[in-house]
Every structure is written in C-alpha cells, then in structure tokens.
Design a protein around this ligand. Structure first.
Ligand code: PAF
Length: 273
C-alpha cells in the first residue's frame, strides 16, 4: 500500500494506472462500515484508493472538528489489511487555498433536514468530494446509505457537473444490537448508547406499520416520535427517493430518516422502504 499526502502526486500516480479505480472517501476512524465499502470497491475494481481527510469546511462553528476521532496508525493498518492500493492522507493546506472558487449545495435539498440543523454543512461536503473526485478520477466511488441526504446530494452533483464516475450506494452496516455504525458512536457513554437504540427501534416499528399497510405518514411519524422521547429529535422525515415530502408510503420509493441527539452526539439513521 502506498501512502500519498500530496493531491498532485496522487493525481499523477493514478494517471499512470490504466485500470479501473474504486474510491472510498472517508474522514478516518475506520470501522466495519468503511471496511464493507472497501471490500465492495476491491471486488469491482482493479485498484482501490481510500482517502482519510477530516474536512474542516463541513464542520460548523462550535462543532466537533477538533475532537473528531483521529486514528492514523489504526486506520493505516485497516487499509493495509483490507488490500487498499493507495491511501490518500492530505493536509488541510494542500486541499484548500485562501481565496477559493466555491461550490454551494442546492438551495432546497441542501438546506432541509440535516441541512437545516447544520446550514452550510453540505456545501462543505460537496466541495471536498468534488476536489477528491477530481484528484482520484475514480471509475466508481462508494458512499453509505446511512448518510442518505449526503448520498443524494453527491449523486445530484455528479449528474449536474457531468462527472464521469459511478456513485455506488452501500447499505448501512449495524452493530449486533442494530445501532448504525458511525465514527461518532465513540462519543457515546453507556447510558447514551442505550438511549440511541431508540432510533433503530423507531425505524423498525415504522417498517412494521408500513408492512401492515394501515397507517398514514403522520401516524408513523407520531409513533416514531413517541419512541424517540429520550433523545433530542432534530427531525423525523418521510420522503420519496427524490427527497420530496410524501403523504402516502410507496414501497420501493420511500426513505424514513431520523436525526437525533444522544447526550451531545448527533446521530443519523434511516430505512429505505
Ligand atoms: O461521509 C463522510 O465521511 C464525509 O462526509 C465525506 C464524504 C468523506 C466527505 O468529507
């Protein structure tokens, strides 16, 4: 595995690789969810590139940028053992200048749900993903469905900017008890982790209600909010796959999303119906 710090050097090295490239962008603190993305990238491509970059532009003032878990040595081991070919570890200075062309998230879909609680967050995500895709020029790039709004906005950006890349959505990987895997789970103390399980509980109850075909979107939301009481709920939203609000659940075209805070940790989860 080759560890590369310079964006231009990685770009040059990958230009010399006449092969299909699978790319897994991450912010590090790698867990089983990331390893699943890497495995999928390995299966479908000749070469796998993983980036680890805690991107400052997607953190708002007062958020956990400084505290975000950084596990350089452990992450390198995970990548090595997973058969990654190139690990890209850039510095902030090499990724950002001081007076930059900026990229904004779409005015509506970038400013609903997580975009309401974290205004500007998705502009930062799209900016860095755009840079990373330009550096790596992958054949395929892998993103988890847990961050469903991020995934939808990256797909939108790739289409809007006519990017020559296949965005591959990957199912959420869960702990044995159902908690969606996330680097931020490390912040939870025992009590907060138990309370966080209400998120998957609420999504499972919602799925059962949908399967019984006896309830409206409002009833499902109400039931979920009851289950989520121990947490500070940012939103429970039911949308179609285009992220438009819906009144009736349509199997195969619905996502139920939750963002809730346990202790001071923001947690996201969703179920694709
Ligand atoms: O999902 C993440 O880890 C980050 O938002 C991403 C896509 C790597 C961009 O910094």
């Amino acid at each position: 595995m080759r560890v590369v710090h310079s964006p231009l050097e990685l770009q040059r090295l990958l230009k010399e690789e006449p092969k299909s490239v699978g790319f897994v962008p991450t912010m590090g603190a790698l867990h089983l969810g990331h390893r699943t993305l890497i495995e999928a990238a390995k299966k479908a491509n000749d070469i796998v590139v993983v980036s680890i970059f805690v991107n400052p532009t997607q953190f708002l003032e007062g958020e956990d940028l400084d505290a975000y878990p950084r596990k350089e040595e452990a992450d390198k081991k995970v990548c090595e053992l997973s058969g990654v070919d190139y690990l890209f570890y850039p510095t902030v200075e090499s990724m950002y200048g001081t007076d930059e062309v900026s990229l904004n998230a779409p005015n509506i879909r970038g400013y609903i749900m997580e975009g309401t609680s974290r205004p500007g967050h998705f502009s930062g995500v799209l900016t860095v993903v755009n840079k990373l895709l330009n550096i790596v020029s992958p054949t395929r790039a892998y993103f988890g469905k847990k961050d469903a709004q991020q995934l939808m906005l990256i797909e939108t950006m790739a289409a809007n900017l006519f990017m020559d890349v296949e965005i591959v959505p990957m199912d959420t990987v869960r702990e044995k008890d159902g908690l969606a895997m996330s680097s931020r789970n490390a912040y939870l103390n025992t009590q907060e982790r138990v309370e966080a399980l209400n998120i998957i509980k609420s999504l499972r109850v919602a799925t059962q209600m949908v399967m019984r075909q006896e309830c409206s979107v409002d009833e499902i939301r109400e039931k979920m909010l009851e289950i989520l009481v121990p947490l500070e709920v940012e939103y429970v939203t039911i949308v179609n796959r285009a992220f438009e609000p819906i009144e009736k659940i349509e199997i195969g075209n619905t996502i139920i999303l939750v963002e809730a805070i346990s202790g001071s940790t923001r947690l996201l989860d969703n179920i694709w119906i």
